[in-house]
Design a binder for this molecule. Structure first.
Ligand SMILES: [Zn+2]
Length: 84
């Protein structure tokens, strides 16, 4: 009887798709750690930038079409400029 072994041939090697959480930590201009996270709230058209290392929090207005990195770049520039 080979029925059983025939039935088994359908097995395909499948790769479990791991969804990598895109947790990108960005450099904090204040403490120089890669510990900045950007939370975007499209509904409120704002972004909250947070550093979990030094506790820096900044709220930025979100321009249409902007992504996290755009906001972060603006934040970074603004921060650096505001420094003496
Ligand atoms: Zn920091």
């Amino acid at each position: 009887m080979t029925c059983d072994s025939m039935g088994r041939r359908k097995r395909r090697t499948t790769f479990p798709i791991r969804r990598r959480r895109k947790s990108v930590f960005l450099r904090c201009p204040s403490c120089q750690h890669n510990s900045i996270t950007v939370e975007i709230s499209k509904r409120d058209a704002k972004a909250v930038i947070r550093c979990f290392n030094c506790g820096l929090v900044r709220e930025m207005g979100l321009k249409p079409g902007e992504g996290k990195l755009d906001v972060y770049t603006r934040f970074f520039d603004a921060f650096v400029e505001s420094q003496p």
